[in-house]
Design a protein around this ligand. Structure first.
Ligand code: SF4
Length: 445
């Protein structure tokens, strides 16, 4: 058996996109399992910035992020969807140019199967565009769609004619559904087996960074977040296995930067993350670590902060979301101001400068007013820290999605786009005013 499977990370269709340590990790694990089962696997990551002949992006993006492996994507400006005509921003297809992808596909052996993954629900136009391209080129190829879009918007996803729709983000659920067509995968019945292989980063020609996941799930159920709700349990990988993967990536891909993808990296840290930090401290690999998903202030201790500093954890994001006690309690109680200040103190005592700590405040949640944002910004800046506003994206299956009164949002996942939501809910002017306020603060400090 040598059946050919094409694994695809499709283009992003959006107003904005940036490579902040973004790799399709689940797809890369799947690639390894399929390869080990005897399939011929080809990866086409439309978001690979180092793809041969990739044109340069129209702007380089922030210098600091560029120096740690991140970067802007090339984009093709395309007509906006009719729903967004009133939004004064360009709409683009980010990633490898369309014609180049088409050319590439014509050169490969026609696959029996194409698996198209996806991240945000509102990026489904990339998955659908790829499906249409496959249909044009290879009539008999079976096309499977996975990721958040078919998981959260399954009914919507059924209209396009995919041959199989995988619902679920939990890797075991994905494997179970795939096993009916790929019988060899049915031996993977636990997380232990799923994570027993290394993600197939070897399918890339060049890498600036790799990413790693040490756990599955999150113990919290924040009212605006879908992450924790779609895993049956919280599960941690043995730290020795994670260390082995990090060492392997360093030795084989010669990367300098590595990002952790966990939703709850510090939860039950003594079982895995703490021993991993101690081992990394001994190994002294010349790596910089980054945490694009913010960490839980609740579980930060002085010991963890010091080890993170020693091990070169450079990008630290801590979510506060709001400084108001009621908002904190009503949205899931993941943090309060006392816990937050204690965590910040631990990081400062460990040697981090305040400007190295990025504090996330959530903007756009239904019910929040200008005053609430101002108080949160003041609270963070009074502590000498820099706030960053993260935009609320209404996600189906979360309590806050139900509070959004724009009815179109339920009909088309495109409206779950955070920039679209910002404009269509008429909060863009307030957002811009707050951004100006934050940048003035940064200027004077
Ligand atoms: S703590 Fe973070 S990952 Fe967990 S549910 Fe809340 S927002 Fe989501």
């Amino acid at each position: 058996m040598n059946e050919h499977i094409l694994l695809v990370n499709p283009w992003i269709y959006d107003f904005t996109a940036y490579d902040l340590w973004m790799k399709p990790l689940g797809l890369l694990y799947l690639a390894s399992h399929l390869k080990n089962s005897g399939y011929k696997v080809t990866l086409l990551d439309c978001m690979d910035r180092h793809y041969p002949f990739m044109p340069l992006p129209d702007h380089p993006g922030p210098k600091r992020l560029k120096s740690v492996g991140c970067g802007s994507y090339y984009r093709e400006k395309i007509p906006k969807p009719a729903q967004f005509l009133s939004i004064p921003r360009y709409w683009s297809r980010f990633g490898i140019p369309w014609d180049e992808v088409k050319k590439q596909l014509k050169e490969i052996e026609p696959p029996g199967w194409v698996f198209i993954t996806g991240t945000m629900t509102y990026w489904y136009p990339g998955q659908v565009a790829f499906l249409n391209l496959v249909r044009q080129l290879w009539g008999k190829t079976q096309v499977i769609i996975g990721g958040w879009y078919p998981t959260l918007c399954s009914e919507h996803a059924h209209q396009w004619g995919f041959d199989r729709i995988i619902e679920g983000i939990d890797p075991l659920l994905v494997i179970k559904q795939l096993s009916s067509d790929f019988k060899e995968l049915s031996t993977i019945t636990g997380y232990k087996e799923f994570f027993s292989v290394k993600p197939a980063f070897d399918l890339y020609k060049k890498l600036d960074y790799t990413v790693v996941l040490t756990s599955i799930g999150c113990p919290f159920r924040c009212t605006y977040c879908a992450s924790g709700r779609y895993f049956s349990e919280f599960w941690r990988r043995p730290w020795e296995q994670v260390l082995d993967e990090i060492t392997y990536d360093y030795e084989n891909y010669r990367i300098q930067d590595l990002a952790f993808y966990d939703d709850a990296l510090l939860y039950r840290a003594e079982e895995s993350f703490l021993p991993l930090l101690k081992a990394l401290q001994k190994e002294r690999l010349p790596l910089r670590f980054h945490l694009p998903n913010s960490i839980h202030a609740r579980y930060v201790t002085r010991e963890i902060a010091e080890l993170m500093r020693e091990c070169n954890f450079e990008t630290l994001r801590i979510s506060l979301e709001f400084s108001d006690v009621d908002s904190q309690k009503n949205t899931g109680n993941k943090v309060d101001n006392f816990i937050f200040e204690k965590a910040i103190q631990s990081f400062i005592q460990a040697g981090y400068a305040p400007e190295e700590l990025e504090v996330y405040l959530l903007f756009g949640l239904p019910g929040l007013k200008a005053k609430d944002y101002e108080l949160s910004i003041e609270y963070v800046t009074d502590l000498g820290l820099k706030p960053r506003l993260s935009l609320f994206s209404p996600l189906p299956g979360t309590p806050d999605f139900e509070k959004v009164i724009m009815h179109q949002i339920k009909d088309d996942p495109l409206f779950q786009n955070k920039i679209a939501y910002l404009y269509l809910s008429e909060q863009n002017e307030l957002y811009e005013a707050l951004q100006r306020k934050i940048s003035k603060y940064t200027f004077f400090h």
